[in-house]
Design a protein around this ligand. Sequence first.
Ligand SMILES: Cc1cc2nc3c(=O)[nH]c(=O)nc-3n(C[C@H](O)[C@H](O)[C@H](O)COP(=O)(O)OP(=O)(O)OC[C@H]3O[C@@H](n4cnc5c(N)ncnc54)[C@H](O)[C@@H]3O)c2cc1C
Length: 319
Amino acid sequence: MPVFIFIDHSEGHVKKASLEALSYGAALAAQLGTSAQGILLGTISSNPAELGKYGINKVFHAAQESLNRLDAQVYARLIADTVSAAGDSVVVFSHNTSGKAVAPRVAVRLKAGLVTGAVALPDTQKGFVVKKNVFSGKAFAYIAINTPFKVIGLNPNAYAIKEGTGSAQVVALTASVPPSKVNVVSVTAASGQVPLTEAELVVSGGRGLKGPENWGIVEDLARVLGAATACSRPVADAHWRPHNEHVGQTGIAIAPNLYIAIGISGAIQHLAGVNRSKVIVVINKDPEAPFFKAADYGIVGDAFEVVPKMIEAVKRLKS
Ligand SMILES: Cc1cc2nc3c(=O)[nH]c(=O)nc-3n(C[C@H](O)[C@H](O)[C@H](O)COP(=O)(O)OP(=O)(O)OC[C@H]3O[C@@H](n4cnc5c(N)ncnc54)[C@H](O)[C@@H]3O)c2cc1C
């Protein structure tokens, strides 16, 4: 039962979440005593053979430039065809935006059991049981997959990247690319900013900042740290910040290494989108703010006094 891993990339670079999925897939293959094989659709700036250092033996590569843009239906077809040719297998995706779009489609094509939001390697002692987050990270569920094909969506930041020295055999995927049912008219990429879903560091502001005119301190702290900016929902609803910065249950779910929340109360709907962050720092003038319960570090104080001091401290540290 080989393990296949979908290799997600953007602007020529394999995404960090995908490197985690490769490491996870390689460890799973070792656990099952089988091989780990990547599937790469489109082109990347480095040699795909180098992905062997994340523990995979082979990379199936469809190098057509037209595949650089994610088309979930086309991707699902190519991945399902490649996997089904190998017989019973496990397919690993990162549970990021691309994985969320493609994994369920692949599962349908393969008639596979699907578990998304996985947070650990499956228990394969008796059957195939995957641990996943449920209720916005408040509990775990253990789901047994009983179908011959199995599809897993791994939560970003749930499995550490393991880098070695190996090299992968690159096998050209020659299957013809099915015609797309989607006609993309234009693409507008956010420029000059770290994309929120990829960011290692995020500085986020809430209603405690009083108005859009005060966002300078959030942006300045983000700039000195090299972080992306985010916000709570009421802030986006009030048009203080664009909606693509809104994190939470109804916004983007993120899992950075560091999340700094400034003037955000920590409502459960906000936490649902940020509680997978590795380290959470909360700055709030109310010591009773619920966010402090989820924080690794808390600063009780006025954001307008605390944040400028933090900016100066980071500048000093960097100089
Ligand atoms: C179905 C549903 C879905 C939702 N989805 C989301 C979602 O996806 N994301 C989301 O964020 N919310 C969501 N919400 C809204 C959520 O319930 C909260 O209302 C919202 O998160 C509160 O935003 P806030 O913390 O910025 O504002 P407030 O709750 O108004 O909190 C402001 C905080 O700033 C602090 N503060 C004030 N002044 C200062 C100062 N000078 N210095 C430091 N701290 C200060 C206050 O003590 C307070 O804790 C949803 C709600 C519902 C019902």
